[in-house]
Design a protein around this ligand. Sequence first.
Ligand code: GMZ
Ligand code: MG
Ligand code: ZN
Length: 175
Amino acid sequence: MKLLILDRDGVINFDSDAYIKSVEEWIPIPGSIEAIAQLSKAGWTVAVATNQSGIARGYYPLATLEAMHTRLRELVAEQGGELGLVVYCPHGPDERCACRKPKPGMLEAIAEYYQQDLAGVWFVGDSRGDLDAAVAVDAQPVLVKTGKGEQTLNKGVPAHTLIYPDLASVARALL
Ligand SMILES: O=P(O)(O)OC[C@@H](O)[C@H]1O[C@@H](OP(=O)(O)O)[C@@H](O)[C@@H](O)[C@@H]1O
Ligand SMILES: [Mg+2]
Ligand SMILES: [Zn+2]
């Protein structure tokens, strides 16, 4: 199976240090929706693994997070594509859950859902925690320079990380 896993904020949509707290604040990065649609139409399963500590912090309710993901699915469907499983970690850093990146719990949940081994599966993110979660399960860390990607790159990334300007260029590399 052709499985691609994406981080959300800073990869699919613009990120903010003030968190993405509403559907109105959830704005796709140009080319990202089209990239997901093109990949899915080419037979790729595109899943999402996203930290959403804003839930634990009380910045937005679960219903708002779900509304963002409904919007994402709708936009991909309008381009003729289909978005796969979206997994999120609603916990705060101090809850020591198993799912918050850099822990690989969400990646493992996606692998379990699709009964797919994660070795070499590309996980595309903008933060160091994304890359470390990939390394933890022998997936392929892929950094995009959107969102926090430039800062992440400047601080150093795992040795075999692949680096692309944005999700659209990742899609072009796979298609
Ligand atoms: O990039 P993904 O995983 O899709 O989501 C990241 C968001 O949950 C937020 O994660 C926060 O980190 P803390 O959770 O406060 O450490 C901050 O980096 C925010 O700027 C960011 O919007
Ligand atoms: Mg991110
Ligand atoms: Zn969690």
